[in-house]
Design a protein around this ligand. Sequence first.
Ligand code: ATP
Length: 468
Amino acid sequence: MWFFVRFFGILFKMEKSEQNNLMEKIISLCKRRGFVFPGSEIYGGLANSWDYGPVGVELKNNIKQLWWRRFVQSREDVVGIDASLIMNPKVWEASGHLSTFNDPLVECRKCNGRFRAEPTLGLDGEINLNEEDWKKLICANCGAKGSLSQPKQFNLMLKTFLGPAEEAANVVYFRPETAQAMFVDFKNVLQTTRKKLPFGIAQIGKAFRNEITPGNFIFRTREFEQMEIEYFIRPPKTDEDWQSSFEMWRKEMISWMKDIGIDINKVHELEVSKDKLAHYSKRTIDFEYEFPFGIKELYGLAYRTDFDLKNHAAASKEDLSYLDPETNEKLIPHVIEPTWGVDRTVLAVLCSAFDDSNPDRAVLKFPYKLAPYKVAVFPLMKNKPELVAKAKEIFDSLRGNFMVAWDDRGNVGKRYYSQDEIGTPFCVTIDFDSLEDGAVTVRDRDTMKQDRIKIVELKNYLREKLEI
Ligand code: ATP
């Protein structure tokens, strides 16, 4: 028995340290190659703030553009908006965020550490422990026993003042989610687009939460981006009426994850139990992903009923109903809300794409459409002007069509290594033979195979391979 406990203990530890190792490798690669840097680094950083570098911003933009094309531009039933980050504070009163957007905060009297109760202490929502049980808890930071305070509710909205006077009347909040703008702008969107139910309003943008315990790289930060859709449906007469839209979005979310190369075997659907549902939700599914630091929420899908439109109509005294053009019936639509975190998407894509199983190279096997650079062009040697001139000519001819990198440092092996690390699908080398036979060597990131391609056919060859 002892042996088994010990054996599995060691196995578990090995697996855990491998996973930590993976996270360290990804963070280090991100910094070294320009995906993600610590924010304000020259001033010692700012806790848990991260900046996307030159290749990171390409990856993130590719994700956002793909999402927008897929869920807004190519769908007849979804339109987009881009709303202000700071909204009238009455929005947050009506939505319930001012009163309920709280996390339970516990403090350690010994080390003064502050924690979000559930995940840190493994309490899983069971925070109503009696005094005796609290005394048994151990501080996750300093290990002290019995030093933790009872939890108090801490509102996660980030406050600031609008205008020169820092007084209560000028308090405003950075939006904690993009969703509310879709309800607040519902009437304007309806009037300008004349959309018929069912239809959705989509938005990509920043959201802010004063998280008690941010961390795990870009997984939980205080400033992050969301991609959200509020999908308005007729008030359901039966459960089946809303379940069919819910199911449609569930499938869309799975197919999106597959499309962007998220390892679907590491995705788990968690049906949120009734007692843990948010105040507005009748049903929620969390899509969780096996991140190296644990299985955590990646995306969410919720049936928000008519909670938001009803509350905003009551608070603003505006008519937020929908007039059915056929029956002339006035109704308040219900809402299905699929929501995607952009930064968690970037992290899941990085984790899924990272492959260092070959000891000679680390490669980010992004789907081609997400790769920051699609092609890299190299002259075989940088001190041969005729090679450089030919390579520059090819580089320039491709630049209008694809994101193209130029590299003339070191040898070709090093350049392949370097492009593999940022996930560039194809490398084109111009050598002495190219000047004679008008052909170049094209090397494939995933198979490492090399093809000899005529320069006149290169653009079409790449277009076909990249499906652009
Ligand atoms: P969590 O339980 O991890 O705090 P949540 O359930 O509060 O997340 P939602 O309110 O459903 O998150 O937000 C929608 C999405 O926004 C999440 O699925 C996630 O992808 C992203 N998100 C939420 N909070 C953060 C954060 N602090 N940093 C980065 N992304 C976030």
